[in-house]
Design a protein around this ligand. Sequence first.
Ligand SMILES: NC(=O)C1=CN([C@@H]2O[C@H](COP(=O)(O)OP(=O)(O)OC[C@H]3O[C@@H](n4cnc5c(N)ncnc54)[C@H](OP(=O)(O)O)[C@@H]3O)[C@@H](O)[C@H]2O)C=CC1
Ligand SMILES: O=C(O)C1=N[C@H](C(=O)O)C[C@H](O)C1
Length: 232
Amino acid sequence: MKIAIVGYGKMGKIIDGISQNRGHEVVARLKETPTKESLNNADVVIEFSNPEAAFHNISVCLENQIPVICGTTGWLDKKPAVEQLAIDNGTAFLYGSNFSLGVNLFFALNENLAKMMSRFNEYSCQLEEIHHIHKKDAPSGTAISLAEGIIANSGYEAWKLDETKDKELGIFAIRKDEVPGTHSVFYRSEVDEIEIKHTAYNRNGFALGAVIAAEWIADKKGVFSMKDVLGL
Ligand SMILES: NC(=O)C1=CN([C@@H]2O[C@H](COP(=O)(O)OP(=O)(O)OC[C@H]3O[C@@H](n4cnc5c(N)ncnc54)[C@H](OP(=O)(O)O)[C@@H]3O)[C@@H](O)[C@H]2O)C=CC1
Ligand SMILES: O=C(O)C1=N[C@H](C(=O)O)C[C@H](O)C1
């Protein structure tokens, strides 16, 4: 398969190596907005750039009928427009706030735990995410997905950074050294605490998941998530 990598930073470079190891041809490695020409007849685009660039980058690819796997976080207000663009152009789009297998299993665990805990008013829930100091967005896309999973399965109505009131779910974002990504969900009562936690040791799991998603989407049309890819 011919893969174009849009955004060639920490993630793009690991995705390049994994793609080649899995027998794919990397036909573009871009650090700027793509064009039809620079996409070089790719079968699929993997986009990991930055919150300001993602919407325009994805739009160009979809308008050229190339399926897109997007891992860039921090641009989600424009996601409905991108999904419509994929449908209008008869191609495919998949956004994942986190492509690692471990985090996608953690998402399922989080939803089940939220369902169970929603019966027990003694406990209040909070999220914490820790990332490297270069990260541009807060909270992380993964923390937002975790919050959405809790809100859909409990009495919480919205998430908010830091201090909260009423039915708001608090997310605490910490920036530290070169941490690849750590996410915790806490349920605290007067007498104890339950914590579930995912710790990424490096970025390889994110990158492998994105390449697996690209392999999966190549012959599809529509809007998908990692739940579709992993059958969760
Ligand atoms: N979904 C997931 O599983 C994961 C998501 N992420 C997300 O992926 C994104 C990228 O992360 P990471 O690789 O660590 O970030 P980096 O900052 O290391 O890489 C970003 C790359 O995008 C390039 N870039 C800048 N402007 C554009 C543009 N207009 N078009 C295309 N590329 C551009 C940068 O080039 P230059 O250096 O020249 O500015 C750089 O090569 C972030 O949003 C991050 O949150 C990260 C890990 C996992
Ligand atoms: O910026 C990062 O590095 C990461 N971003 C994603 C996010 O915002 O959740 C995924 C992972 O945690 C690493």
